[in-house]
Design a protein around this ligand. Structure first.
Ligand code: SAH
Ligand code: SF4
Ligand code: F3S
Length: 471
């Protein structure tokens, strides 16, 4: 099956009409030889996957893509709202477009993604950036061509958010960023409402894609040479809850694993509250599922986990981790952690430290709590100063650095299957990843990028391994 089909399942067929009309307008409006688009993506893989749809639609309208905004006819920022820092960066970077737009008023500028789904942020964007033509939210993606067309033919600025019709749209044309590593969304939205998190508010209720559609997209990716496929969802373990029939995530991934080929399957993110033993067993018996489990625990303190509305405790978390360690050879574990949640004391934080020492994660994604308007945690008492939180944060990094170094050092001498991904940019070296998602640097010809190689680990520096190809 060709990758760029617009076999509209739900994406209304009239989007194809808008795509044609955009192409005609851009022929006249373009500044150079071809219409050029600059799409910048912030945030998680869900946003990256959305941008691949947007780029697919733009490509159908005749756009080529550029890596910097200067020559672009159309500029789009796909934004992330998960922490204040992410939002600040967007405000800074959009502000910097003002002069470009002054010099070339025909450039069309649009903002989309998770930030724009928040009313107060969409308002602030509208007021702060009069040179932005189009602002649309995550729920408007399925009729992006129509929105872009309207922005091109109307002089009025357009804002559309809160358009959540709870549907799953299929049939997008895709322009994937990678040729051998790719994302495969299996569900959208989130129902968990962790008290700190903005995602359920900006991405809407959890909804899964039909199993057959997911499996056929996986097949298509494997046929097209993808070697590393990541199934995406905010909580993949609740895949299928809104679908008819006997489907769950463990069975979905088990079925994908049956597809022949030389590839790895990954998935993100698992929520510990419903990470099942069935899933661990499936990973353990699989041919293609990577030996990596990203299982965010957020805090080691039961009191804080309760206040975060996470629905598991430390004991349950460790139970599943220990089961996974037992069943999956060479398992690599990673996690997300929030430091300085409202009401967290140093005693609570020490519970987080003790948990990371006990589990020995390969790496951690660590964040200082960032209050998000509209979430319950933003209203909670938060007496600890940001200086104190930063001190705890550094302590956490120090502890983890030692653990990661120890974990990586224990791999020296072993031979690992590695997917060679690209150039490191120094010493003519390439980099790749193990099944456990650990980075390996090695000397090898560039032609090997995108292939699997057996690599003997010769050295470990903090969390990066060095290796050499063995036959
Ligand atoms: N759905 C995923 C996480 C999505 S957000 C899951 O449940 O694991 C990615 C990470 O950002 C979260 O795991 C959390 O550690 C962090 N995060 C989310 N909201 C945050 C906030 N308000 N402040 C700081 N970190 C936050
Ligand atoms: Fe946010 Fe929790 Fe949903 Fe993850 S599971 S996206 S942290 S609300
Ligand atoms: Fe950010 Fe939205 Fe992802 S808030 S983390 S881009 S779902």
């Amino acid at each position: 099956m060709p990758e760029n089909t617009f076999s509209a399942n739900n994406v209304s067929e009239n989007q194809s009409e808008y795509i044609k009309l955009i192409a005609e307008i851009m022929e006249i409006r373009k500044r150079g030889e071809k219409p050029l688009a600059y799409v910048r993506t912030y945030g998680c893989q869900q946003n990256v996957a959305d941008s691949e749809k947007i780029k697919g639609m733009l490509e159908k309208s005749g756009f080529d893509f550029v890596d910097a905004p200067d020559d672009a006819d159309f500029i789009l920022f796909n934004t992330c709202a998960v922490r204040e820092h992410a939002e600040d960066r967007v405000f800074g970077n959009v502000g910097a477009l003002k002069n470009l737009k002054r010099r070339h008023p025909q450039i069309l500028i649009a903002l989309c993604g998770c930030m724009t789904e928040q009313e107060h942020i969409a308002d602030r964007m509208y007021r702060s950036f009069p040179f932005v033509n189009l602002i649309f939210g995550t729920h408007s993606l399925h009729h992006f061509p129509e929105l872009l067309y309207n922005a091109l033919v109307n002089s009025k600025r357009i804002v559309e958010r809160g358009n959540d019709d709870k549907k799953v749209y299929e049939g997008y044309p895709l322009k994937r960023d990678g040729t051998f590593k790719g994302w495969l969304p299996i569900m959208y939205g989130c129902n968990n409402f962790c008290t700190y998190c903005i995602v359920p508010y900006v991405r809407g209720r959890e909804r899964s894609r039909e199993k057959d559609i997911v499996i056929s997209e996986a097949k298509q990716m494997i046929e097209n040479g993808y070697k590393d496929i990541t199934l995406l969802g905010q909580n993949v373990n609740s895949y299928g809850k809104n679908l008819n029939g006997d489907v769950n995530f463990a069975r979905l991934i088990k079925e994908i694993d049956l597809i022949d080929g030389d590839y790895w399957l990954r998935f993100m993110t698992s929520h510990p509250k419903d990470c099942s033993k069935e899933l661990i067993d499936v990973i353990s018996d699989s041919r293609h599922i990577s030996r990596h489990l990203h299982l965010p625990f957020q805090s080691g303190s039961d009191r804080i986990l309760k206040s975060m509305n996470r629905h598991y405790d430390r004991k349950k978390y460790l139970e599943i981790i220990n089961y996974a360690k037992e069943k999956i050879d060479g398992l690599s574990l990673t996690s997300d952690i929030i430091v300085g949640f409202p009401g967290e004391t140093y005693e609570d934080f020490k519970e987080t430290l003790s948990l990371i020492k006990e589990v020995e994660f390969t790496s951690l994604y660590t964040f200082i709590f960032s209050p998000r308007v509209g979430t319950p945690a933003a209203e909670m008492d938060d007496p600890v100063s940001s200086e104190e939180k930063s001190k705890w944060f550094r302590e956490l990094l120090d502890v983890q650095e030692e653990i990661a170094a120890k974990r990586c050092a224990s791999m020296v001498g072993k031979t690992e299957k590695v997917l060679i991904e690209g150039e490191t940019g120094k010493n003519n070296e390439l980099n790749g990843r193990t099944s456990g998602n650990i980075i390996v640097e090695l000397k090898a010809p560039k032609e090997l990028i995108g292939t699997f190689q057996n690599v003997k680990i010769t050295n470990a520096r903090n969390w990066i391994l060095k290796g050499e190809i063995v036959s």
